[in-house]
Design a protein around this ligand. Structure first.
Ligand code: CP
Length: 318
């Protein structure tokens, strides 16, 4: 694996997943492979889980970590042939090339603008890092995908599924802020690969890009969608078609115990952070079927498995 930006970069998903479970059983089994190597982490946006789980994964492999918060008074220019007489003091060409001299793998978190759909869906910032860095790039969430979150979600479903072909429901939930489609897109990609029956439920106008929803069942009636679900994955996203717009804040879409009672004793999932009693009721989040803490725990082993493959690839050596 040269870079990790989506499920499509993984040559053998089942092998990578088994490796993640092996790391969960024995996190320090490969603590020599990263000795003398450095993981660089560049954050354009804040993070709790991604930052800490990635750092933990790298430490488990023996790596050092250098972390940088961008936009704290230091801004990068990404456009080519621009006259840089504004507030951006450094171009991505130099920044990526210089950072590449200090690190062996470069992890990048960059959210979408939610204004310019074309640019966002080109994954502009991540692709510029891939273009100008000379080390492997690891996506810590980009403008369109959050692949490490989805890999952790995939592991969590595998650990908790009771049937061979579970029903998985991805449900939109209300939120006061404009949020990306990233987690939903990425979850769909992984569920398209998984042996599951995927239903997506949301109010009209919240359809995801068909590139990600693919053949999933779309159900506009949330109660109907929840029937017999084995897993309910809740997430808010803003509209893709009316790009970046909030079309509804309908509280009746909040996940409640009454709604979960329609499921097949279904497990509740969310990537976190989550707004209690806006997205989901306390009773669900604190209930016995909530997997949210386990999902966050699996972030470490998902990332460790991916980092291990990036380090193992001799072509990635400086
Ligand atoms: N789920 C997730 O990516 O959390 P953070 O934003 O805290 O990293």
């Amino acid at each position: 694996m040269k870079n990790f930006t989506s499920i499509h970069d993984i040559p053998n998903v089942e092998q990578l997943v088994q490796q993640a479970f092996d790391f969960k059983n024995n996190p320090l089994s490969q603590s020599e492979i990263g000795k003398g190597k450095t993981l660089g982490m560049v954050f354009f946006n804040p993070s709790l889980r991604t930052r800490m789980s990635t750092q933990k994964a790298a430490q488990n492999l023996g790596m050092n970590i250098i972390s940088l918060n961008v936009n704290d008074g230091w801004q990068i220019e990404f456009e080519d042939e621009v006259i840089m007489n504004g507030n951006k003091a450094e171009h991505i060409k130099e920044a990526a090339a210089v950072i590449s001299q200090f690190v062996n793998v470069l992890a990048v978190r960059s959210f979408p603008t939610l204004i310019d759909r074309e640019k966002d869906y080109q994954d502009f910032i991540l692709q510029k890092f891939i273009q100008y860095a000379s080390v492997p790039i690891l996506s810590l969430e980009s403008a369109i995908l959050h692949p490490l979150q989805s890999l952790a979600d995939f592991l969590t479903i595998k650990e908790n599924q009771k049937t061979k072909h579970p029903k998985v429901v991805l449900t939109w939930a209300p939120h006061p802020k404009v949020l990306p489609q990233v987690v939903a897109n990425s979850f769909c990609e992984w569920m398209n690969f998984a042996d599951v029956d995927l239903t997506i439920t949301h109010p009209k106008g919240y359809e995801l890009s068909p590139d990600f929803s693919k053949n999933a069942t779309i159900e506009y009636n949330q109660n109907k969608a929840f029937k017999n679900a084995d897993f309910v994955y809740a997430k808010n996203w803003s509209s893709f078609n009316y790009y970046g717009k909030i079309l509804s804040q309908d509280e009746s879409w909040k996940i409640s115990s009454e709604k979960m009672a329609l499921t097949n004793n279904g497990k509740f999932m969310h990537c976190l952070p989550v707004r209690r009693n806006v997205v989901v009721d306390d009773s669900v989040l604190d209930g016995p079927n909530s997997l949210v803490i386990e999902q966050a725990n699996n972030r470490t082993f998902a990332t460790q498995s991916v980092l291990f493959d990036l380090l193992k690839n001799k072509k990635n050596e400086l």
